[in-house]
Ligand binder design. Structure first.
Ligand SMILES: N[C@@H](CCC(=O)N[C@@H](CS)C(=O)NCC(=O)O)C(=O)O
Length: 208
């Protein structure tokens, strides 16, 4: 059985949410970031990045949340277009866009609000991130258009990545400003698989 390493309230929810959507059985290992266990020799031996999520499957380790959800969906043969198709090209485009464009200004806000050591935070970068996020959100709104999901009528794991990233916007008090994006975020963030993943991660913290 494969193992997902994660911590509640982090990007590891992308991996557990995808696994829940796909019906993949997984062990969940809580890596307590608050206690610094992501920098322990034991965890660094699993994931040299010292970050979550990571995935272990029969001797294979994958880090990077986007790569993990893609791997899981490919393994299951569901919720992802087949490789070599035009639709797969649009899937990859959506995933790269979410991870490199949509997430970046939000994470910049997060870093300069709370994640970086206090003496490294720059107040101005928060307002810059807020401005940049609205620019990139307009592009996302156009990509989505009047589609139900990012790739059209059917849910895919690209919606896991996008949905989770938009949940950060809510958490960081950044308005989603476009009706289609607001409705999309509501649609994907109320999926039962996400609730199950959240519960699994939260329970693992309470017993760790
Ligand atoms: N690009 C990576 C980012 C992973 C990442 O930064 N994870 C955070 C939690 S959301 C983490 O483990 N941070 C611990 C640290 O940076 O020390 C991904 O998408 O998986």
């Amino acid at each position: 059985m494969l193992t997902i390493y994660g911590y509640s309230g982090t990007r590891s929810i992308r991996a557990t949410w995808a696994a829940e959507e796909l019906g993949i059985a997984y062990e969940y290992q809580c890596v307590d970031l608050k206690r610094g266990l992501h920098k322990s020799p034991e965890y660094l031996a699993v994931a040299a990045t010292g970050k979550v999520p990571s995935l272990r499957d029969d001797g294979l380790t994958i880090t990077e949340s986007g790569a993990i959800v893609t791997y899981l969906a490919d393994q299951a043969g569901r919720l992802i277009p087949s490789t070599g198709t035009a639709k797969r090209g649009k899937y990859e485009e959506a995933m790269y866009f979410v991870h490199t464009e949509l997430e970046q200004p939000l994470w910049s806000i997060g870093k300069h609000k709370f994640a970086l050591p206090e003496d490294k935070r720059i107040e101005q970068n928060i307002s810059l991130g807020e401005w940049e996020f609205q620019q990139v959100l307009s592009v996302f709104a156009k990509m989505l258009g009047d589609q139900t999901y990012l790739l059209g009528d059917t849910f895919s794991v690209a919606d896991v990545a996008a949905g989770h990233t938009l949940s950060w916007a809510k958490g960081f008090k950044q308005a989603l400003t476009h009706d289609n994006v607001i409705e999309y975020a509501e649609r994907v963030l109320t999926r039962p698989a996400l609730a199950r993943a959240r519960q699994r991660e939260a329970e693992a913290v309470s017993v760790s």
